[in-house]
Design a protein around this ligand. Structure first.
Ligand code: PHB
Length: 395
């Protein structure tokens, strides 16, 4: 009792020396900062543009206050160069004292930054990069995009069950490409299919002519393709230029190739391409219709793609977690991100508390003209595999 009185007395003295409102303000009411690192320039700039627009939409719709404190998003351009991402992340953590780092347009930028998240105990929300192993590079990583094994496995299964027996695979020569190639291959062969050849193109400045010539010569039943967002239109053009669209070789892919950001301008070559992915701007749900309308109203001439949804949902995960911790960061914030369940524009999603990766429905889609949507080209969903966990983490 005596001790308690003494403590109360000390507290009163302290309050006289430092007006308590000032103390409280410094600790609890300063802005909560989110460092958003995106490729706003260079080859992956469309990813940066899409995610930045989606993050701004989230803030416009949900306000810039969480738990009574102002949220400040600090956007930085890394040009998709891993050394730049790492340097920027360091500055954001040390100088700006951000509570979260987010974004990460391509796999090498996420992997380069992962050790900083671990060392500083800063939650890192991967909104774009999609190599399976990324979430294993730091216990502080939470992912709101997808993984290549998650989307490449279902299209392999669909192909094998739809009279496609002989396939050539073509992927970008880095992490997500290796995942796509490996998981397509194992599912397709499990289903009795045959892989004739495995082709790869460089991530930077790919030339599709040599690999497409191999496809012309080998005449497989289908060509399976994964290329990162932003390369689909150039690929489609060369596919058509070689007459492959009329050759009887079916084109199948992950939805990265028939990306909503570029699909409208791809032309008839894309018609009929069957692909698998977790998001289509034509996903027929009320939540998605509202999202697409609001996104287009705020960004004239732009259609949201899967990158935009990864950014939008990433903000949802961050905001909800901040509400739970009342603005506190570190381990507590990370824990509040785990296990979140919500309806995204893509459908129902869960942040797996064990793997910190996203569990989501994967759709089989076909590119069609949709008269009800201005006769534009869209990925029209016709089948769904529910609640797909990343197969890259299942033994
Ligand atoms: C990646 O680098 O992880 C990546 C980038 C773009 C995609 C998919 C994966 O569309």
């Amino acid at each position: 009792m005596n001790k308690k009185r003494r403590l109360v007395g000390q507290a009163i003295l302290a309050a006289l020396a430092f007006p308590s409102s000032a103390l409280v303000q410094a600790a609890d009411t300063g802005p909560i900062k989110i460092g958003l690192i995106l490729p706003m320039t260079g080859q992956s700039a469309s990813t940066g543009r899409q995610i930045d627009a989606a993050v701004k939409l989230w803030v416009a719709q949900n306000g810039n206050k969480v738990a009574g404190r102002t949220v400040e998003v600090i956007l930085k351009d890394d040009g998709a160069v891993p050394d730049a991402t790492k340097r920027i992340a360091q500055e954001l953590i040390v100088n700006d004292k951000v509570s979260v780092i987010a974004g990460f347009g391509i796999t090498p930028t996420a992997l380069a930054t992962a050790p900083l998240a671990t060392q500083s105990k800063t939650p890192m929300v991967v909104m774009a990069a999609a190599t399976s192993s990324i979430t294993q590079a730091s216990d502080f990583i939470v992912r709101t995009s997808f993984t290549l094994p998650q989307v490449a496995t279902p299209i392999a299964d669909w192909a094998a069950k739809n009279k496609i027996k002989r396939v050539i695979t073509l992927v970008a020569d880095y992490g997500p490409g290796f995942d796509a190639e490996k998981f397509f291959d194992s599912q397709f062969r499990l289903d009795g299919g045959q892989i004739l050849d495995k082709l790869r193109t460089p991530l930077k400045a790919p030339d599709f002519a040599p690999v497409l010539q191999k496809v012309v010569d080998a005449k497989p039943d289908a060509l399976f393709v994964f290329l990162p967002s932003g390369q689909g239109a150039a690929f489609m053009k060369q596919f058509a230029e070689r007459g492959l669209d009329k050759s009887g070789v079916k084109l199948i892919s992950t939805g990265d190739v028939t990306d909503d950001d570029q699909l409208a301008d791809m032309g008839d070559v894309a018609l009929g391409v069957v692909n698998s992915h977790h998001y289509s701007a034509a996903h027929p749900s009320a939540v998605n219709k509202k999202f697409v309308e609001a996104f287009q109203a705020a960004n004239k001439g732009m259609r949201p793609n899967f990158m935009a949804v990864g950014g939008y949902d990433g903000m949802r995960v961050i905001y909800k977690a901040l509400e739970t911790t009342k603005g506190e960061g570190g381990d507590k914030l990370l824990n509040a991100m785990k296990g979140q369940i919500f309806e995204s524009p893509r459908g129902a999603v869960l942040i797996d508390a064990q793997t910190r990766d996203i569990v989501q429905d994967v759709y089989i889609r076909k590119v069609e003209r949709v008269p009800a949507m201005g006769n534009g080209l869209y990925n029209v969903e016709f089948d769904v595999i529910k609640a797909v966990k990343d197969p890259g983490k299942q033994k």
